[in-house]
Design a protein around this ligand. Structure first.
Ligand code: THU
Length: 131
């Protein structure tokens, strides 16, 4: 099984491909799925600014389009002094593909500071569910 450090490396590498000419804030994400597959993503901005898509959501959407449904781990990286943390919208999208016990989904956050690992249960308490 891939380590948190390795998945974060994938996220770091992905950040190099970010399309962020408006914010100049490059983010990379990597996602690990139940069968061991990894997908990566970057933020993709647009001249029409609300159309920007976060790195985490792109990594997740790529995997979902390949048939994956159950997330095991997410890593996100940006060149910030501490670590980058996923936005609220991305936390909600992670929830959609999370295991029933949100404490099992690890979110690895990186930057120039010390890597931080939290679970989705910690990052999205009392989350919305329709069941
Ligand atoms: N961004 C992400 O890629 N992930 C997040 O969790 C938060 C924000 C991107 C969106 C935008 O391209 C840039 O960071 C600045 O907000």
């Amino acid at each position: 099984m891939i380590t948190a450090a390795k998945l974060l490396e994938h996220a770091h590498q992905a950040a190099a491909f970010a399309h962020c000419p408006y914010s100049h804030f490059a983010v990379g994400a990597a996602t690990l799925w139940e069968d061991g597959s990894i997908t990566t993503g970057t933020n993709v901005e647009n001249a029409a600014s609300p159309l920007a898509v976060c790195a985490e959501r792109n990594a997740i959407a790529t995997a979902v389009g390949l048939g994956h449904r159950r997330l095991c781990m997410v890593a996100v990286w940006a060149d910030v002094p501490d670590v980058v943390t996923p936005c609220g919208g991305c936390r909600q999208v992670m929830l959609e593909f999370a295991p029933p016990d949100l404490a099992e989904l690890k979110v690895v956050m990186g930057g120039r500071g010390e890597t931080r690992i939290r679970t989705l249960a910690e990052l999205l308490p009392e989350s919305f569910r329709t069941y």
